[in-house]
Design a protein around this ligand. Structure first.
Ligand code: 1DX
Length: 185
């Protein structure tokens, strides 16, 4: 993945656990880089190792780390670096998800090694939708839960996310159910 992802992970760790927390996690992960270049492509192993090491050092399940990282990605990384594009992509979750492929296409024009996941929106109602998720990568379903929670917070519509189909259990993709309150106060 592009270094931007590892850099975002480091920023999240430093925000909550300081430079010393990051040094411990980096050492446990066997990562000897001090800086990640956002627009250079790195092996996915580095990202997975960092997540695994964070889980061990902080004694938090990896799934929990990934949910937090998904929220951090949307609320800090994407919003700060790509605020304009994020705003343009839409005010409501279904609209945003429909525009995400355009967003990824634009980034891929400039950074051809991007391997973005693909989402669909189905069964859209005023209070819920289903989100099939197709990825080249394994094990990132909890990351998607965090991404959706972060998007909900960004548009001030807290969402409840649950996984309704699992890729490993026969399918070729995961499906998430996303629900929100149709009548916010
Ligand atoms: F719901 O792969 C909301 O490297 C969402 O299954 C989901 O393959 C927002 F310059 C620039 C660059 C760089 C911009 F090249 C990425 F470095 C991309 C910024 C998307 C904001 C995907 C990151 C592929 C790297 C992947 C989970 C899970 C998508 C991460 C979240 C908006 C982004 O992001 C999987 C790669 C950006 C950039 C956004 C992603 C790669 C997402 C979202 N993805 C790199």
């Amino acid at each position: 993945m592009y270094g931007m992802v590892n850099k975002a992970f480091k920023d999240m760790v430093v925000m909550h656990h300081g430079e010393s927390g990051w040094e411990q996690i980096k050492a446990k992960a066997g990562v000897d880089m001090d800086v990640f270049m956002s627009n250079e492509s790195y092996s996915d192993d580095i990202t997975y190792n960092l997540i695994g090491a964070a889980s061990e050092v902080l004694k938090v399940p990896a799934e929990q780390i990934l949910i937090g990282f998904g929220e951090h990605w949307v609320m800090h990384t994407a919003s700060e670096g790509y605020g304009g594009l994020m705003k343009a992509a839409g005010k409501a979750l279904p609209e945003f998800m429909r525009n995400l492929p355009n967003f990824h296409s634009r980034v891929t024009l400039v950074f051809p090694k991007l391997q973005p996941p693909h989402f669909r929106c189905t069964d859209i109602t005023d209070r819920s939708l289903n989100l099939p998720y197709y990825s080249h990568r394994r094990g990132l379903a909890p990351f998607v839960v965090g991404l959706m929670q972060g998007l909900g917070k960004n548009v001030k519509t807290p969402v409840v996310v649950r996984q309704v189909a699992v890729k490993d259990q026969g399918g070729d993709h995961d499906v998430f159910g996303v629900a929100w309150n149709p009548n916010p106060a």
